[in-house]
Design a binder for this molecule. Sequence first.
Ligand code: BEZ
Length: 210
Amino acid sequence: MALQIGDTAPDFTADTTVGKIRFHEWLGDSWGVLFSHPKDFTPVCTTELGYTEKLRPEFEKRGVKVIGLSVDAVGDHERWADDIEATQGARPRFPLIGDPDRTVANLYGMLHPKADNTFTVRSVFFIDPAKKIRAMITYPASTGRNFDEILRVVDSLQLTDKHKVATPVNWKQGEDVIIVPSVSNDDARKLFPQGWVEHRPYLRTVKQPS
Ligand code: BEZ
């Protein structure tokens, strides 16, 4: 059955550009973002990996380890990194899994045969420190992902874990958030003493808790 939100992220051992890793051990107590891309030496993937490297400090600031995967071998990833550095101005320093036998791709359902028989689609798995899958995104090969959106999802997950709030449409760090409907007004007065705006009884917005 396909992986779902709330499932434990499957563990695996794999060769990567930083050596052999056991996934759960490598994650440790961090959050994780595991993403697949279809193929090395392809244009969209080249831009995605360069941009992800540029965002690495932002992921680190949030306690998130990022790891990529394609069904090519680690040697290919390493040779391709030269091109990524030359064209994107950033050489991936985060690990890239080599998965030529498709073990990890199959574990995570990253192969969608109706899209492509051979190559992984653009999957993203957000994994929390308890190793639970907290969110997933899937794009086809022809659509490069928005890695700022991936950071935004991390921000929402981390914020909503700490406070009884949800994040509205297009929310960004620092903007108002929504008090979850399960919190009564009596409880909300204790949790949000600065008050909130009640647009409807079920739609109450409040300054983002820090
Ligand atoms: C790309 O990364 O550019 C790409 C990969 C596979 C199919 C189409 C585009």
